[in-house]
Design a binder for this molecule. Structure first.
Ligand code: SAM
Length: 234
């Protein structure tokens, strides 16, 4: 077995996730595509196949342990090279996945090369999260985001897209206490309620997923323009 598949298999066992051989092969193929394209386009600082398997693919799949995702509409905000959205779609093909990012080059690669080659059907929104919100308010069961912004800003970017009753899953490192405290007011103003934090061991470090339940519609004035958000976080 190759190193990427070996890391994937042992990580899936650790996460207690069962995938078919075909799904594991598809995950590995996506990981290989990222490693290859990264030689000519800046996609990620992680280049070793085992590290891509652990820190990108398996890390993304932790979300399968947080919520049942079968049949859900999922939006991945600031997806970059497709994380966590693409591994989730491979592991749970019934997801209706939308990827959103403002970086045209990465989105073109996903849309025109990587995902068609793997026959992974996905919808794309290329542009800034704050600009697409008006046309997509409350459209998604689940919104995900990893490594995009601090939680108070991230909530303003992501919560407007979640319908009442849905969830926002923010993937973070081990230091979330201050961020969470700082974001409490924003979560409440935007119609959310902090539910819980899930912890996973990934590559020897603790990774956390902050689970926010959408309990009321987000007031129309949010999200504000990004400059305003940064200048005056909620
Ligand atoms: N989520 C991916 C991951 O974890 O590997 C990519 C993380 S990368 C550090 C942050 C990504 O967020 C970039 O691709 C950037 O273009 C995107 N991004 C940041 N702010 C954004 C915004 N307001 N709207 C859309 N995309 C945004």
């Amino acid at each position: 077995m190759n190193p990427m598949k070996e890391t994937l298999q042992s990580g899936l066992t650790r996460l207690q996730l069962t995938l078919t051989d075909e799904q594991v092969e598809k995950l590995a193929a996506f990981g290989r595509a990222v490693v290859e394209k990264n030689k000519v386009m800046n996609l990620t600082a992680i280049t070793q196949p085992e590290a891509v398997a652990e820190l990108h693919l398996l890390d993304s799949l932790t979300l399968c342990r947080v919520l049942p995702l079968q049949g859900k509409s999922v939006l991945d905000v600031g997806t970059g090279a497709g994380f966590p959205g693409v591994p989730l779609k491979i592991a749970e093909p019934s997801i209706r996945l939308t990827l959103l990012d403002s970086l045209q080059k990465r989105m073109n690669w996903l849309q025109n090369e990587a995902l068609p080659a793997l026959e992974i059907p996905v919808r794309f929104l290329t542009g800034r999260a704050e600009d697409f919100a008006a046309a997509n308010r409350g459209h998604f069961d689940v919104v995900t985001s990893r490594a995009v912004a601090r939680l108070n800003l991230l909530c303003e970017l992501c919560l407007p897209y979640v319908h009442t009753g849905g969830y926002f899953l923010a993937m973070k490192g081990a230091e979330t206490d201050t961020e969470l405290k700082e974001a409490r007011r924003a979560i409440q103003l935007l119609g959310g309620a902090y539910e819980r934090t899930e912890r996973f061991s990934i590559g020897g470090a603790e990774h956390r997923v902050i689970v926010i339940h959408k309990t009321a519609p987000t007031p129309e004035q949010y999200p504000r323009p990004f400059a305003r958000m940064k200048q005056k976080p909620l």
